[in-house]
Design a protein around this ligand. Structure first.
Ligand code: GRF
Length: 198
């Protein structure tokens, strides 16, 4: 089985979707640890409820020293021996060194149809642009922010009365479909892009 570490910063709704799918038949991945950069992350309890070990590496003591923070992450991960990492609502920027260490073995989900809207506030930006279609992307993590080979995308329509909140909620529903579907294929060695229609 491929041992999967999931990194979160908050509620971890994507993490829950990944854990629940890995608990179903025929999945070649198994969750070995859920790591959060804050003890306040609501997803920690949700992981523990599902019997998955958790670990907290608080980023604040490492203020500004990203390499030291990442060394602490690697030390915390070691006992769980992960083969790969899924970033799931993880809000810390990682250094090139960490990306290189995990090259080809680290995924992220981003709430836009990359390459559009890298970075933050993706839903507001899609609304401001008047886009008719929006969505989410799962990609391999590389040194450039929100870049890297695209492994899957899910599209949603933008409705006339959408706000960033209503659009985000519609996208999040698709994230919960897309990320598990992509991870299931990825751990089975299939990196062909998956396009989901909502
Ligand atoms: C989601 O919008 C996701 O796209 C982004 O972080 C947000 C929260 O995700 N990566 P989660 O509910 O913590 O999984």
């Amino acid at each position: 089985m491929v041992r999967v570490a999931v990194f979160i910063s908050g509620g971890g709704s994507n993490m829950v979707s990944l854990l629940e799918d890995m608990a179903r038949e025929g999945h070649a991945g198994t969750p070995c640890v859920v790591l959060a950069n804050s003890a306040d992350a609501g997803g920690l309890a949700r992981a523990e409820e599902r019997g998955v070990p958790t670990v907290v590496v608080d980023h604040r003591p490492f203020k500004g020293d990203r390499a030291a923070f990442e060394a602490a992450i690697n030390a915390a991960l070691e006992p769980f021996a992960p083969d790969m990492i899924c970033l799931a609502g993880f809000m810390r920027v990682l250094t090139e060194g960490f990306m290189e260490q995990w090259a080809g073995k680290m995924l992220n989900i981003h709430p836009s149809l990359l390459p559009k809207y890298k970075g933050l506030h993706t839903h507001a930006r899609a609304l401001e642009a008047g886009d008719a279609v929006h969505g989410c992307t799962v990609h391999e993590v590389t040194a450039a922010l929100d870049d890297g080979p695209i492994l899957g995308q899910a599209q949603v329509p933008v409705l006339a009365d959408d706000t960033p909140e209503t659009l985000a909620a519609r996208v999040l529903e698709q994230e919960h479909r897309l990320y598990p579907a992509v991870l299931r294929r990825f751990v089975a060695g299939d990196r062909s892009p998956l396009i989901l229609q909502s």
